[in-house]
Design a protein around this ligand. Structure first.
Ligand code: DP6
Length: 350
């Protein structure tokens, strides 16, 4: 039993709920995990604003348990299998969950093949729908508690998804640097500890390579178990929280850029030092990084990058007076390195 164990006092009925959840991009990365989706180190991310998953969940009470899923109008058998397994896995927390049939329809506001974390927004939206059902069936109405439990449940679907439940800067994983942080769910980074310069930020995602990645995140996490550099990396993530705390408070943009880019390169360095080794960056990824570094040297403008577990480049820059010059540079110099002139423009404001 823990605080998330579900009440056995509930009454089910046919329901149709809808919800949506954005994706997120990590600044300090989660890479490596233990059993039951416990992260090997704390992470922090920006929740995106426009890149979202919208989900409709129909529940047919009392029918035999099964899940059907549709993505953008097409039936997705593999996804349905994954969700069935997930629902069975979380039954302890939602005791009614296997007592009906589900029809789940989802759509992403960003291209499916873009490599933008659809598992984060996808599981986030599903967890929110489940909590809507849970509140109806159990008669509870505490919104903060429901959000916390949604984050807890989303984590069990995909680790990084638990951070998508909150806006702004969000922390997942216990660290002594952030009060009330937990390995079990995400929390908001305290708003009054963030300099205004970090509260209005662009994230333009360059779609360098569309399509399936050669190694999934789940396999990548697993390879940290035998990576000889893993322990040092986990320790460094903790240390980076201490550094980041001061940066966020003081509004130290140069130090922010250094830390965020270091985190991205460390993530990919870990992949290269795994056994078997793998590389998810492409030629275009490296070309863009080179150009960003030259641009910064020449102009001193705050354009920088982070990377997910893929080839795409997230271009980060504050939404302020400098942004026009930066956007011009991106359009003129960087978009040419994408596969199909693909760029997804998001902006975080909180
Ligand atoms: C590189 O959350 O996709 O994006 O828990 O196995 O579903 P699972 O992995 P996932 O891993 C994300 C890794 C990352 C870094 C991050 O978002 O912190």
């Amino acid at each position: 039993m823990n605080e998330f164990s579900g009440s056995t006092n509930f009454e089910i009925s046919d329901q149709k709920v809808t919800d949506s959840c954005p994706s997120n991009i990590a600044l300090i990365k989660y890479w490596g995990k233990y059993e039951n989706q416990i992260p090997a180190n704390p992470s922090i991310s920006y929740t995106l604003n426009l890149c979202k998953t919208n989900t409709e969940m129909a529940f047919f009470a009392g029918e035999e348990f099964s899940v059907m899923t549709f993505l953008g109008g097409n039936e997705e058998l593999k996804f349905a299998e994954k969700i069935e397994k997930y629902f069975k896995n979380i039954r302890e927390y939602l005791p009614w969950i296997l007592q009906g049939r589900y029809l789940i329809t989802t759509e992403n506001t960003f291209p499916h093949s873009s490599g933008i974390a659809s598992s984060a927004s996808g599981f986030g939206a599903i967890a929110k729908c489940l909590m809507q059902l849970d509140q109806t069936f159990s008669g509870s109405s505490n919104e903060e508690e429901a959000l916390k439990k949604a984050s807890f449940l989303a984590r069990l679907g995909s680790g990084s998804a638990c951070r998508s439940l909150y806006d702004g800067l969000v922390v997942w994983g216990e660290t002594k640097e952030v009060l009330a942080s937990s390995d079990l769910f995400a929390i908001r980074y305290p708003n009054d500890e963030i300099h205004p310069i970090f509260k209005n930020f662009n994230d333009w995602v360059l779609l360098i390579h569309e399509g399936e990645k050669s190694v999934s995140s789940t396999v990548g996490h697993g390879l940290m178990n035998t990576n000889p550099y893993a322990q040092r990396r986990f320790q460094e993530a903790h240390e980076n929280f201490l550094t980041l705390k001061t940066i966020l408070k003081d509004g130290d943009m140069d130090a922010f850029i250094k830390l965020v880019e270091h985190e991205a390169l460390t993530l990919h360095a870990m992949m290269m030092m795994s056994d078997p080794a793998f590389i998810l960056m492409k030629t275009g990824t490296l070309a863009v990084i080179d150009k960003i570094w030259d641009f910064r040297k020449e102009t001193d403008l705050p354009l920088f990058f982070t990377l997910d577990a893929g080839a795409n480049v997230h271009l980060l820059f504050p939404a302020n007076k400098d942004e026009e010059q930066i956007k011009e540079f991106i359009i003129k110099e960087l978009i040419q390195h994408t596969q199909n002139n693909g760029v997804v423009k998001d902006v975080m404001r909180f």
